[in-house]
Design a binder for this molecule. Sequence first.
Ligand SMILES: [Zn+2]
Length: 252
Amino acid sequence: MTFFESHLSCKGKRNIIFSLTKTKDDNMSMNMIFFGPPGSGKGTYSDRICPGFGIPHISTGDIFRHAIAEKTELGKKVESLLKTGKLVDDKTVMNIIKERLKKPDCKKGFVFDGFPRTLEQAKELEKIAKIDLVINLNLADEILIEKALARRICEKCGNVYNIADIKRNGISMPPLLPKKTGICDKCSGKLIQRKDDNEQTLKDRLDVYREQTMPLIEYYKKRGMIKNVDVVAGPEIMVPKILAVIKKELKA
Ligand SMILES: [Zn+2]
């Protein structure tokens, strides 16, 4: 019995659509990397796309934050590195990734977000996992900055809103407004702008991203793995769009 048939015979209609979009057979996996500048929404997209494929969204940032909060050996090391403004070294990052990929939830694949960050990491990754697809999310700096400056965060619960309504050059990004101006829907907390959401910091962060990511994009482009996706709308339009790209790759 094939993967499809087993799903058709023992599961309901909802699962049929899902399994058809998922894999051709049980042995197939989908190992993906998402690249995208800060503020492009790649974390949101990964979070929404992964459950449908039954694969985890692996963010090295989340792993680091978790380790710091838990005060593990790794957490202490990462915390001291970050305090001095240093990047976590390739060897440490690779050890974390190796450990993470051993977990059973990675059997069908994964989405990396924020990794690899250096060519060295990309080369090391090749030795432990075969990457099937690299999604590169494109969005102009000017739009990213406008969006980031319009971000409002609840000072109590951290819920995020956005007051920018961007409609130009084929881009349509509606705002994410609270019901009451300046007040969080969830907890009635005050909405504030984060201190580091200022134009210069954002520009610097984007420059660092471009500089860091360009060689990686080249690396995967040479291997024919990159699919570019222009971010032109909010998640309700972009998520199906990215899914369509992935499905096309699965069929190829
Ligand atoms: Zn709140």
